[in-house]
Design a protein around this ligand. Structure first.
Ligand SMILES: Cc1ncc(COP(=O)(O)O)c(C=O)c1O
Length: 463
Protein backbone atom coordinates (compact mmCIF):
# COMPACT_ATOMS: atom_id res chain seq x y z
CA UNK A 1 0.00 0.00 0.00
CA UNK A 2 1.26 3.50 -0.81
CA UNK A 3 2.03 4.96 2.63
CA UNK A 4 1.05 8.46 1.45
CA UNK A 5 -2.37 7.38 0.26
CA UNK A 6 -4.95 6.90 2.96
CA UNK A 7 -7.68 4.86 1.38
CA UNK A 8 -10.97 4.08 3.06
CA UNK A 9 -9.72 0.79 4.51
CA UNK A 10 -6.93 2.62 6.33
CA UNK A 11 -9.43 5.22 7.58
CA UNK A 12 -11.50 2.33 8.92
CA UNK A 13 -8.42 0.77 10.51
CA UNK A 14 -7.70 4.12 12.26
CA UNK A 15 -11.21 4.03 13.70
CA UNK A 16 -11.00 0.38 14.66
CA UNK A 17 -7.50 0.11 16.08
CA UNK A 18 -5.66 3.37 16.68
CA UNK A 19 -6.08 4.88 20.14
CA UNK A 20 -5.19 8.55 19.68
CA UNK A 21 -3.89 10.58 22.60
CA UNK A 22 -6.14 13.09 24.37
CA UNK A 23 -8.73 12.43 21.65
CA UNK A 24 -12.50 12.29 21.65
CA UNK A 25 -12.87 9.34 19.34
CA UNK A 26 -16.58 9.97 18.83
CA UNK A 27 -15.57 12.96 16.66
CA UNK A 28 -14.48 10.45 14.04
CA UNK A 29 -17.84 8.73 13.88
CA UNK A 30 -18.81 11.52 11.50
CA UNK A 31 -15.45 12.99 10.42
CA UNK A 32 -12.42 11.59 8.69
CA UNK A 33 -9.38 11.02 10.91
CA UNK A 34 -6.98 13.76 9.72
CA UNK A 35 -3.86 11.94 8.57
CA UNK A 36 -0.59 13.80 8.11
CA UNK A 37 1.84 12.19 5.71
CA UNK A 38 4.67 14.61 4.94
CA UNK A 39 6.44 17.78 6.08
CA UNK A 40 8.77 20.36 4.58
CA UNK A 41 10.03 23.45 6.39
CA UNK A 42 7.13 25.07 8.27
CA UNK A 43 4.50 23.10 6.31
CA UNK A 44 2.81 19.70 6.55
CA UNK A 45 0.61 17.83 4.05
CA UNK A 46 -2.33 15.53 4.65
CA UNK A 47 -3.21 12.33 2.82
CA UNK A 48 -5.26 14.30 0.26
CA UNK A 49 -2.27 16.43 -0.64
CA UNK A 50 -3.60 19.51 1.15
CA UNK A 51 -0.97 21.80 2.68
CA UNK A 52 -1.13 23.28 6.20
CA UNK A 53 1.08 25.73 8.03
CA UNK A 54 2.43 23.93 11.11
CA UNK A 55 1.71 26.69 13.61
CA UNK A 56 2.62 24.50 16.57
CA UNK A 57 5.84 22.84 15.34
CA UNK A 58 4.02 19.51 15.73
CA UNK A 59 3.72 19.88 19.49
CA UNK A 60 6.36 22.53 20.31
CA UNK A 61 8.92 20.11 18.85
CA UNK A 62 10.04 20.61 15.23
CA UNK A 63 12.40 23.54 15.87
CA UNK A 64 14.47 23.34 12.68
CA UNK A 65 11.48 22.49 10.48
CA UNK A 66 10.29 19.38 8.68
CA UNK A 67 12.03 17.41 5.96
CA UNK A 68 15.67 17.76 7.04
CA UNK A 69 17.40 14.84 5.34
CA UNK A 70 20.55 15.59 7.35
CA UNK A 71 18.74 14.51 10.52
CA UNK A 72 17.24 11.45 8.86
CA UNK A 73 20.70 10.46 7.63
CA UNK A 74 22.24 10.90 11.10
CA UNK A 75 19.58 8.51 12.44
CA UNK A 76 20.15 5.95 9.69
CA UNK A 77 23.92 6.04 10.09
CA UNK A 78 23.70 5.48 13.83
CA UNK A 79 21.12 2.69 13.51
CA UNK A 80 23.42 0.89 11.06
CA UNK A 81 26.41 1.29 13.37
CA UNK A 82 24.82 0.55 16.76
CA UNK A 83 21.04 0.62 16.91
CA UNK A 84 20.66 0.16 20.60
CA UNK A 85 22.50 -0.13 23.83
CA UNK A 86 21.28 0.95 27.29
CA UNK A 87 22.97 3.49 29.56
CA UNK A 88 22.69 1.03 32.44
CA UNK A 89 26.36 0.86 33.55
CA UNK A 90 27.52 1.37 29.95
CA UNK A 91 28.01 4.45 27.80
CA UNK A 92 27.71 5.12 24.09
CA UNK A 93 29.77 7.77 22.27
CA UNK A 94 26.69 9.81 21.34
CA UNK A 95 25.41 9.89 24.92
CA UNK A 96 28.81 11.02 26.22
CA UNK A 97 29.17 13.74 23.58
CA UNK A 98 25.63 15.01 24.03
CA UNK A 99 25.90 15.05 27.84
CA UNK A 100 29.09 17.10 27.58
CA UNK A 101 27.49 19.45 25.05
CA UNK A 102 24.34 20.03 27.11
CA UNK A 103 26.42 20.63 30.24
CA UNK A 104 28.32 23.23 28.22
CA UNK A 105 25.11 25.03 27.20
CA UNK A 106 23.52 24.87 30.67
CA UNK A 107 24.31 27.71 33.08
CA UNK A 108 26.48 27.38 36.19
CA UNK A 109 27.31 23.91 37.47
CA UNK A 110 24.41 22.10 35.79
CA UNK A 111 26.92 19.49 34.68
CA UNK A 112 25.25 16.12 35.05
CA UNK A 113 22.88 14.85 32.36
CA UNK A 114 20.43 11.98 32.94
CA UNK A 115 18.73 10.97 29.67
CA UNK A 116 15.10 9.92 29.37
CA UNK A 117 12.79 9.15 26.46
CA UNK A 118 10.69 12.30 26.82
CA UNK A 119 9.55 15.21 28.98
CA UNK A 120 7.28 13.48 31.48
CA UNK A 121 10.05 11.02 32.32
CA UNK A 122 12.44 13.94 32.85
CA UNK A 123 9.97 15.54 35.30
CA UNK A 124 9.47 12.19 37.03
CA UNK A 125 13.25 11.77 37.28
CA UNK A 126 13.69 15.26 38.74
CA UNK A 127 11.21 14.63 41.55
CA UNK A 128 12.78 11.26 42.34
CA UNK A 129 16.24 12.83 42.37
CA UNK A 130 15.06 15.63 44.70
CA UNK A 131 13.64 13.11 47.19
CA UNK A 132 16.63 10.79 46.97
CA UNK A 133 19.14 13.64 47.31
CA UNK A 134 17.59 14.91 50.53
CA UNK A 135 17.39 11.37 51.95
CA UNK A 136 21.12 10.97 51.33
CA UNK A 137 22.04 14.35 52.81
CA UNK A 138 20.36 14.25 56.18
CA UNK A 139 17.00 15.86 55.35
CA UNK A 140 14.90 12.73 54.75
CA UNK A 141 11.53 14.43 55.34
CA UNK A 142 11.92 16.79 52.37
CA UNK A 143 9.73 15.26 49.66
CA UNK A 144 6.86 17.63 48.73
CA UNK A 145 6.56 19.62 45.50
CA UNK A 146 5.11 23.06 44.79
CA UNK A 147 3.87 23.84 41.26
CA UNK A 148 1.51 26.34 39.65
CA UNK A 149 -2.19 26.41 38.86
CA UNK A 150 -3.05 25.22 35.33
CA UNK A 151 0.57 24.18 34.62
CA UNK A 152 1.11 20.96 32.65
CA UNK A 153 4.11 18.81 33.54
CA UNK A 154 3.27 15.45 31.94
CA UNK A 155 1.04 12.41 32.33
CA UNK A 156 3.00 9.78 34.26
CA UNK A 157 1.71 9.43 37.83
CA UNK A 158 4.31 11.67 39.47
CA UNK A 159 4.37 14.28 36.69
CA UNK A 160 0.56 14.30 36.58
CA UNK A 161 0.47 14.84 40.31
CA UNK A 162 2.70 17.91 39.80
CA UNK A 163 0.41 19.08 36.97
CA UNK A 164 -2.03 21.81 38.04
CA UNK A 165 -5.04 20.88 35.90
CA UNK A 166 -7.72 19.26 38.09
CA UNK A 167 -9.76 18.15 35.05
CA UNK A 168 -6.87 16.02 33.82
CA UNK A 169 -6.28 14.42 37.21
CA UNK A 170 -9.64 13.59 38.79
CA UNK A 171 -10.21 10.42 36.76
CA UNK A 172 -6.83 9.00 37.82
CA UNK A 173 -6.95 9.74 41.53
CA UNK A 174 -5.44 8.83 43.88
CA UNK A 175 -2.26 10.16 42.34
CA UNK A 176 1.10 10.53 44.06
CA UNK A 177 0.42 12.57 47.22
CA UNK A 178 2.39 15.62 48.40
CA UNK A 179 2.06 18.20 45.65
CA UNK A 180 0.64 21.70 46.17
CA UNK A 181 -0.43 24.48 43.83
CA UNK A 182 0.31 28.24 43.92
CA UNK A 183 -0.94 31.01 41.58
CA UNK A 184 0.62 31.29 38.11
CA UNK A 185 1.81 34.51 36.46
CA UNK A 186 -1.21 35.34 34.28
CA UNK A 187 -0.79 39.12 34.25
CA UNK A 188 -3.98 39.59 32.20
CA UNK A 189 -5.98 38.09 35.05
CA UNK A 190 -3.81 39.30 37.92
CA UNK A 191 -5.53 40.43 41.13
CA UNK A 192 -7.05 43.89 40.70
CA UNK A 193 -4.39 45.76 42.66
CA UNK A 194 -1.77 44.82 40.01
CA UNK A 195 -3.90 45.62 36.98
CA UNK A 196 -2.73 49.18 36.28
CA UNK A 197 -0.56 48.13 33.35
CA UNK A 198 2.58 49.93 34.55
CA UNK A 199 6.03 48.27 34.91
CA UNK A 200 5.73 48.84 38.68
CA UNK A 201 2.43 46.93 38.72
CA UNK A 202 4.04 44.06 36.83
CA UNK A 203 7.00 43.93 39.18
CA UNK A 204 4.67 44.04 42.22
CA UNK A 205 2.60 41.21 40.72
CA UNK A 206 5.77 39.16 40.15
CA UNK A 207 6.80 39.71 43.73
CA UNK A 208 3.34 38.77 44.96
CA UNK A 209 3.21 35.59 42.84
CA UNK A 210 6.71 34.52 43.91
CA UNK A 211 5.84 35.13 47.55
CA UNK A 212 2.93 32.69 47.24
CA UNK A 213 5.60 30.02 46.72
CA UNK A 214 7.34 31.09 49.93
CA UNK A 215 4.01 31.05 51.72
CA UNK A 216 3.17 27.52 50.47
CA UNK A 217 6.59 26.27 51.62
CA UNK A 218 5.99 27.78 55.04
CA UNK A 219 2.42 26.40 55.25
CA UNK A 220 3.71 22.91 54.48
CA UNK A 221 6.87 23.21 56.56
CA UNK A 222 10.23 23.88 54.84
CA UNK A 223 11.61 20.62 56.20
CA UNK A 224 9.00 18.71 54.14
CA UNK A 225 9.35 20.54 50.80
CA UNK A 226 11.89 19.20 48.28
CA UNK A 227 11.30 21.16 45.08
CA UNK A 228 9.43 23.82 43.13
CA UNK A 229 8.62 22.98 39.48
CA UNK A 230 8.18 26.01 37.19
CA UNK A 231 8.24 26.52 33.44
CA UNK A 232 10.14 29.66 32.32
CA UNK A 233 7.00 30.63 30.35
CA UNK A 234 3.99 28.58 31.45
CA UNK A 235 2.30 26.95 28.47
CA UNK A 236 -1.08 25.72 29.69
CA UNK A 237 -3.47 28.63 30.16
CA UNK A 238 -1.88 30.31 27.14
CA UNK A 239 1.73 31.47 27.60
CA UNK A 240 2.33 33.28 30.88
CA UNK A 241 5.77 34.94 30.79
CA UNK A 242 7.40 35.64 34.15
CA UNK A 243 6.89 39.23 35.37
CA UNK A 244 10.09 41.19 35.95
CA UNK A 245 11.78 40.10 39.16
CA UNK A 246 9.73 36.91 39.53
CA UNK A 247 12.49 34.31 39.17
CA UNK A 248 14.95 36.41 41.15
CA UNK A 249 12.56 36.31 44.11
CA UNK A 250 11.77 32.59 43.60
CA UNK A 251 15.49 31.81 43.70
CA UNK A 252 15.86 33.73 46.97
CA UNK A 253 12.92 31.84 48.50
CA UNK A 254 14.29 28.46 47.37
CA UNK A 255 17.73 29.30 48.81
CA UNK A 256 16.22 30.45 52.08
CA UNK A 257 14.38 27.14 52.56
CA UNK A 258 16.83 24.78 50.81
CA UNK A 259 14.20 23.88 48.23
CA UNK A 260 15.32 22.85 44.72
CA UNK A 261 14.26 25.02 41.80
CA UNK A 262 13.37 22.83 38.82
CA UNK A 263 13.12 24.71 35.51
CA UNK A 264 10.77 22.59 33.40
CA UNK A 265 11.98 23.57 29.93
CA UNK A 266 10.34 20.74 28.00
CA UNK A 267 8.83 23.41 25.73
CA UNK A 268 10.97 26.48 26.40
CA UNK A 269 14.48 25.10 25.76
CA UNK A 270 16.23 24.76 22.41
CA UNK A 271 15.40 28.05 20.83
CA UNK A 272 11.69 28.43 21.57
CA UNK A 273 12.64 31.59 23.50
CA UNK A 274 15.82 32.32 21.55
CA UNK A 275 18.26 30.53 23.88
CA UNK A 276 19.42 26.95 24.36
CA UNK A 277 17.96 27.11 27.87
CA UNK A 278 15.30 29.64 28.74
CA UNK A 279 16.55 30.24 32.30
CA UNK A 280 19.38 32.12 30.59
CA UNK A 281 16.87 34.57 29.11
CA UNK A 282 15.47 35.37 32.54
CA UNK A 283 18.80 35.25 34.37
CA UNK A 284 18.13 32.58 36.98
CA UNK A 285 20.09 29.54 38.00
CA UNK A 286 17.99 26.38 38.47
CA UNK A 287 19.09 23.31 40.41
CA UNK A 288 17.62 21.04 37.75
CA UNK A 289 16.53 21.57 34.14
CA UNK A 290 14.09 19.16 32.51
CA UNK A 291 13.98 19.20 28.71
CA UNK A 292 12.92 17.10 25.70
CA UNK A 293 10.95 17.97 22.50
CA UNK A 294 13.18 20.42 20.58
CA UNK A 295 16.40 18.65 21.63
CA UNK A 296 16.06 16.46 18.52
CA UNK A 297 13.54 18.68 16.68
CA UNK A 298 11.39 15.53 16.91
CA UNK A 299 13.37 13.41 14.46
CA UNK A 300 13.74 10.88 17.28
CA UNK A 301 12.40 10.89 20.87
CA UNK A 302 14.66 12.07 23.68
CA UNK A 303 14.48 13.90 27.00
CA UNK A 304 16.94 14.86 29.72
CA UNK A 305 17.20 15.90 33.33
CA UNK A 306 20.22 18.10 33.96
CA UNK A 307 21.37 18.39 37.57
CA UNK A 308 23.99 20.43 39.41
CA UNK A 309 27.26 19.02 40.75
CA UNK A 310 25.84 19.41 44.25
CA UNK A 311 22.91 17.07 43.46
CA UNK A 312 25.16 14.44 41.88
CA UNK A 313 27.73 14.53 44.67
CA UNK A 314 26.05 12.02 47.06
CA UNK A 315 25.74 9.56 44.16
CA UNK A 316 29.42 9.87 43.27
CA UNK A 317 30.81 7.83 46.12
CA UNK A 318 30.64 4.51 47.96
CA UNK A 319 27.84 2.09 47.21
CA UNK A 320 25.15 4.68 46.40
CA UNK A 321 23.43 4.80 43.02
CA UNK A 322 20.35 6.51 41.62
CA UNK A 323 18.12 3.42 41.28
CA UNK A 324 16.24 4.76 38.32
CA UNK A 325 16.37 4.45 34.53
CA UNK A 326 14.59 3.87 31.23
CA UNK A 327 15.41 1.31 28.55
CA UNK A 328 15.24 3.95 25.82
CA UNK A 329 16.70 6.86 27.82
CA UNK A 330 19.60 8.28 25.78
CA UNK A 331 18.89 5.95 22.82
CA UNK A 332 21.90 5.97 20.46
CA UNK A 333 19.80 7.00 17.45
CA UNK A 334 18.26 9.88 19.41
CA UNK A 335 21.56 11.17 20.77
CA UNK A 336 23.05 11.08 17.25
CA UNK A 337 20.06 13.03 15.95
CA UNK A 338 20.32 15.53 18.83
CA UNK A 339 24.00 16.19 18.07
CA UNK A 340 23.19 16.88 14.41
CA UNK A 341 20.18 19.00 15.38
CA UNK A 342 22.39 21.13 17.63
CA UNK A 343 24.95 21.41 14.81
CA UNK A 344 22.14 22.89 12.69
CA UNK A 345 21.26 25.28 15.52
CA UNK A 346 24.81 26.57 15.56
CA UNK A 347 25.43 26.58 11.83
CA UNK A 348 22.16 28.34 10.99
CA UNK A 349 22.15 30.50 14.12
CA UNK A 350 18.64 29.44 15.04
CA UNK A 351 18.64 31.17 18.45
CA UNK A 352 19.92 34.39 16.91
CA UNK A 353 17.20 34.19 14.24
CA UNK A 354 14.49 33.85 16.91
CA UNK A 355 15.87 36.78 18.89
CA UNK A 356 16.17 38.93 15.78
CA UNK A 357 12.65 38.23 14.48
CA UNK A 358 10.59 37.74 17.64
CA UNK A 359 9.60 41.41 17.76
CA UNK A 360 8.15 41.04 14.24
CA UNK A 361 6.21 37.93 15.28
CA UNK A 362 4.86 39.80 18.31
CA UNK A 363 3.91 42.84 16.23
CA UNK A 364 2.21 40.71 13.58
CA UNK A 365 0.11 38.77 16.09
CA UNK A 366 -0.53 42.04 17.94
CA UNK A 367 -2.49 43.31 14.94
CA UNK A 368 -5.24 40.85 15.96
CA UNK A 369 -5.97 42.96 19.03
CA UNK A 370 -8.40 44.99 16.96
CA UNK A 371 -10.78 42.00 16.82
CA UNK A 372 -13.54 42.07 19.45
CA UNK A 373 -12.91 38.42 20.46
CA UNK A 374 -9.18 38.91 21.16
CA UNK A 375 -8.64 39.80 24.83
CA UNK A 376 -4.89 39.31 25.10
CA UNK A 377 -1.91 38.40 22.96
CA UNK A 378 0.96 37.23 25.14
CA UNK A 379 4.17 35.28 24.99
CA UNK A 380 7.82 35.63 24.04
CA UNK A 381 10.18 34.25 21.42
CA UNK A 382 8.25 31.98 19.07
CA UNK A 383 5.73 31.01 21.75
CA UNK A 384 2.38 32.82 21.94
CA UNK A 385 -1.11 32.49 23.38
CA UNK A 386 -4.12 34.50 22.21
CA UNK A 387 -6.86 34.66 24.84
CA UNK A 388 -10.41 34.84 23.54
CA UNK A 389 -13.04 36.78 25.47
CA UNK A 390 -16.75 37.49 25.25
CA UNK A 391 -16.36 41.10 26.36
CA UNK A 392 -13.09 42.93 25.95
CA UNK A 393 -13.91 45.76 28.32
CA UNK A 394 -14.78 43.49 31.25
CA UNK A 395 -12.48 40.58 30.18
CA UNK A 396 -15.49 38.30 30.62
CA UNK A 397 -14.59 34.82 29.44
CA UNK A 398 -16.78 32.18 27.81
CA UNK A 399 -18.53 29.76 30.16
CA UNK A 400 -18.07 25.98 29.82
CA UNK A 401 -20.76 25.26 27.18
CA UNK A 402 -19.87 28.40 25.18
CA UNK A 403 -16.23 27.48 25.22
CA UNK A 404 -17.10 23.95 24.10
CA UNK A 405 -19.14 25.34 21.17
CA UNK A 406 -16.50 27.90 20.27
CA UNK A 407 -13.35 25.79 20.50
CA UNK A 408 -14.45 22.25 19.75
CA UNK A 409 -17.59 23.07 17.79
CA UNK A 410 -16.02 25.68 15.53
CA UNK A 411 -12.46 26.96 15.93
CA UNK A 412 -10.39 23.76 15.91
CA UNK A 413 -12.05 22.50 12.74
CA UNK A 414 -12.25 25.90 11.03
CA UNK A 415 -8.56 26.71 11.59
CA UNK A 416 -7.47 23.35 10.23
CA UNK A 417 -9.88 23.68 7.32
CA UNK A 418 -8.36 27.10 6.60
CA UNK A 419 -4.89 25.53 6.43
CA UNK A 420 -3.50 26.41 9.86
CA UNK A 421 -2.56 23.66 12.29
CA UNK A 422 -2.42 25.17 15.80
CA UNK A 423 -4.18 24.58 19.07
CA UNK A 424 -7.43 25.89 20.48
CA UNK A 425 -7.14 25.11 24.16
CA UNK A 426 -9.57 25.51 27.06
CA UNK A 427 -7.62 23.89 29.88
CA UNK A 428 -7.62 27.37 31.40
CA UNK A 429 -9.49 30.28 29.82
CA UNK A 430 -9.94 29.72 26.04
CA UNK A 431 -6.78 30.42 24.06
CA UNK A 432 -5.23 29.79 20.66
CA UNK A 433 -1.63 28.63 20.99
CA UNK A 434 1.08 29.30 18.45
CA UNK A 435 4.64 27.97 18.33
CA UNK A 436 5.81 27.67 14.71
CA UNK A 437 9.13 26.10 13.67
CA UNK A 438 12.04 28.39 14.52
CA UNK A 439 13.03 28.80 10.87
CA UNK A 440 9.82 30.77 10.20
CA UNK A 441 9.90 34.25 8.72
CA UNK A 442 7.61 37.20 8.11
CA UNK A 443 5.69 35.34 5.37
CA UNK A 444 4.77 32.66 7.92
CA UNK A 445 3.83 35.27 10.56
CA UNK A 446 1.60 37.04 8.01
CA UNK A 447 -0.09 33.80 7.00
CA UNK A 448 -0.80 32.95 10.66
CA UNK A 449 -2.24 36.42 11.23
CA UNK A 450 -4.45 36.49 8.16
CA UNK A 451 -5.82 32.98 8.74
CA UNK A 452 -6.56 33.75 12.38
CA UNK A 453 -8.16 37.07 11.42
CA UNK A 454 -10.50 35.38 9.00
CA UNK A 455 -11.45 32.46 11.27
CA UNK A 456 -11.80 34.54 14.46
CA UNK A 457 -13.97 37.06 12.62
CA UNK A 458 -16.26 34.24 11.53
CA UNK A 459 -16.25 32.80 15.07
CA UNK A 460 -17.38 36.15 16.48
CA UNK A 461 -20.20 36.48 13.98
CA UNK A 462 -21.48 33.03 14.93
CA UNK A 463 -21.60 33.69 18.69
C1 LIG B 1 6.31 21.73 30.53
C2 LIG B 1 6.12 20.29 30.15
N1 LIG B 1 6.59 19.33 30.96
C3 LIG B 1 6.46 18.03 30.65
C4 LIG B 1 5.81 17.63 29.50
C5 LIG B 1 5.66 16.18 29.18
O1 LIG B 1 6.46 15.81 28.10
P1 LIG B 1 6.19 14.47 27.29
O2 LIG B 1 4.89 14.61 26.58
O3 LIG B 1 7.37 14.37 26.36
O4 LIG B 1 6.18 13.35 28.29
C6 LIG B 1 5.31 18.60 28.63
C7 LIG B 1 4.63 18.20 27.39
O5 LIG B 1 4.09 19.00 26.65
C8 LIG B 1 5.45 19.96 28.97
O6 LIG B 1 4.96 20.92 28.17
Amino acid sequence: MDPFRIDSSRQQAARDHLWMHFTRHSTYDTHEVPTIVRGEGAYIWDSHGKRYLDGLAGLFVVQVGHGRTELAEAAAKQAAELAFFPLWSYATPGAIDLAERLAGYAPGDLNRVFFTSGGGEAVESAWKLAKNYFKLTGKPTKHKVISRAIAYHGTTAGALSITGLPGMKAQFEPLVPSTFRVPNTNLYRAPEQFGGGTPEDERAFGRWAADRIGEAIEFEGPDTVAAVFLEPVQNAGGCFPPPAGYFERVREICDEHDVLLVSDEVICAFGRLGHMFACERYGYQPDIITCAKGLTSGYSPLGAMIATDRLFEPFAKGDTSFAHGYTFGGHPVSTAVAMTNLDIFEREQINEHVRETEADFRATLGRLRDLPIVGDVRGEGYFYGIELVKDKSTKESFDGPESERLLRGFLSGALFEAGLYCRADDRGDPVIQLAPPLISDQAVFDEIESTLRDVLTRAWSQL
